[in-house]
Design a binder for this molecule. Structure first.
Ligand code: UN1
Length: 518
């Protein structure tokens, strides 16, 4: 298949391409074009927001349980199409098939959670301080949500926004990553077949600059009420500043430099397994990927030896085979990763593969699965001797590279876990509950794993970070409802009189001078 895909405004493909046309290659076989994408521009984005704005009130008027039914149908459609969507995802971004299936399953899980929320979406009844008066709270949809997502999780992470946003009665404009248009198009088709109105869901394919310009215009015209963004910290800062000008607080899910602390009492084999999965799964291109393993001096050498062996032995290559990881997502990711390898300094000790950088015929990887010359494959790299003043310690390096730092005291471990300023995910390997709770209290991350890797969040726990990882917003589970609804407070006075709060309120008389004998 070599489809041409376009923005979908009110369910119809946009035929022109003011933002140009790009060809997306399979990163594991660069000579295979997966799709041609026609890109829109700022006005495409604004048009989509306008259509969504017009459609939103009618969608909000649909009873929430009925909206939940559309979510249910979407979940079933995604489930029925799971193998095809996973195969496409693997072709477009090179994620190993097992991971791609897991990612599509995450969409199903998200739908399964929110279909029931359509029958809850609870507000509260609250007692009034006066008689014959009742207080209530209601969740009210925000309006139009503009959702801008990255391509490393081209369906799971978008579903974390789109599913609850739609369930809550919002209309949505989705701008997927421009390097995953085929997967985005397939997901959009499933959404459009699930029973939502055609105007309630819009998809815009566009480059970053055009999207930013379109977002600014749409905000200025009052066509966007909420922005959701998953991507880099640098872009998140710009989006946060833009939304702030319009008195909006976006939902920002940004980068990470996720620590994995190995205590001297840890099960070292388990810690190595966790470090392997979270450091190198998805070729390290997850926001939850392991950044630095922070290892107690007493077990450092044993950990490093086992980790180096595990990484050295891991099968890497063709993502349709049983591999730890496949290619980089695209040439852009590959080039950027090669740049980050320059952060390795003389005091570092490198291990994990038979080379560093691109895997090529001249720079081969022992045991490579398939033909490395066909795609954008990179060696896994372990960098030991990482220090808190290293650029490598401070920088999110989106790719297959893991730093290793050493500590002596628990306080040093906490300082290393937090010192880079990100705060997304974190992990500790220990058998001591005291260490677990001290770590949870001390670490600045929004997510903490105990004897588990930094990645692999389940779809119904709050997902999000602090510091450079986000603005405190949380996705998933019941917590994301606060992103896509606003609380409306109502009071109803049926006394037939004007009862003034705080002034006309009855009091109780206590004998405050009373004392017990003795
Ligand atoms: C991301 O990298 O943007 O927890 C999200 C995980 C996945 C989601 C990662 N379920 O690793």
């Amino acid at each position: 298949m070599n489809a041409t895909v376009s923005s979908l405004i009110s369910g119809l493909p946009v035929e022109d391409a003011p933002g140009g046309t790009i060809a997306i290659s399979n990163p594991a076989r660069l000579d295979e074009v997966v799709a041609q994408a026609r890109l829109g521009d700022a006005s495409t984005f604004v048009e989509a927001c306008g259509s969504a704005k017009a459609a939103q009130p009618a969608w909000a008027a649909v009873p929430a349980p009925v909206r939940g039914r559309a979510i249910q149908q979407l979940g079933r459609l995604v489930e029925e199409n799971l193998p095809a969507l996973a195969r496409l995802l693997t072709r477009e971004i090179g994620k190993p098939l097992a991971e791609s299936r897991g990612e599509v399953q995450e969409v199903v899980d998200t739908c399964d959670f929110f279909l029931g929320e359509g029958r809850r979406l609870y507000g509260q009844t609250v007692p009034s301080e006066m008689p014959d008066k009742q207080l209530f709270t209601f969740r009210v949809p925000v309006g139009v949500a503009a959702i801008i997502t990255a391509g490393n999780f081209p369906v799971a992470v978008p579903s974390w926004y789109l599913v609850p946003a739609l369930l809550c009665g919002n209309a949505v404009v989705w701008k997927p990553a421009e390097y995953t248009p085929a997967t985005a198009n397939a997901f959009a088709e499933l959404i459009l077949h699930a029973g939502f109105g055609r105007d309630v869901f819009q998809m815009v394919l566009a480059g970053g600059d055009a999207t930013f310009e379109g977002l600014d215009l749409a905000l200025d015209r009052g066509l966007v009420d909420k922005v959701g963004f998953t991507g880099s910290t640098a872009v998140g800062e710009r989006i946060g500043a833009l939304c702030g000008r319009y008195l909006q607080s976006p939902c920002l899910e940004l980068g990470g430099k996720n620590p994995l602390v190995v205590m001297p009492d840890a099960d070292l084999d388990l810690a190595v397994e966790g470090a392997l999965f979270s450091g190198f799964g998805t070729a390290g291109q997850r926001c939850t990927s392991l950044g630095t393993a922070i290892v107690h001096r007493d077990v450092h050498d044993a950990f490093l030896e086992r980790f180096t062996k595990a990484v050295g032995d891991a099968p890497i290559g063709d993502p349709t085979e049983d591999v730890l990881y496949g290619p980089m997502i695209s040439a852009r990711f590959c080039d950027r990763f090669e740049g980050w390898l320059e952060l390795i300094r003389d005091h570092h000790v490198v291990s994990g593969s038979t080379g560093v950088g691109r895997i090529t015929t001249e720079n081969p990887r022992h045991g490579f699965v398939g033909d490395s010359a066909k795609g954008l494959f990179c060696h896994p790299t372990i960098v030991d001797g990482v220090r808190p003043d290293d650029d490598l310690y401070l920088t999110e390096t989106f790719g297959p590279i893991v730093g290793v730092a050493t500590f002596d005291t628990f306080d040093e471990a906490i300082a290393l876990a937090n010192g880079h300023g990100y705060g997304l995910s974190s992990s500790i390997y220990t058998r001591d509950p005291l260490h677990v709770f001290r770590f949870r209290e001390g670490v600045s991350a929004g997510m903490v794993s105990v004897n588990n890797s930094t990645s692999g969040a389940e779809a119904h726990l709050p997902f999000g970070g602090n510091g450079r990882s986000g603005n405190g917003s949380r996705l998933s589970g019941i917590w994301v409802l606060d992103q896509f609804t606003r609380w409306q407070a109502m009071n109803w006075d049926y006394s037939g009189r004007l009862q003034k709060a705080q002034m006309d309120t009855a009091d109780v008389q206590a004998d405050m001078g009373f004392r017990l004998d003795g």
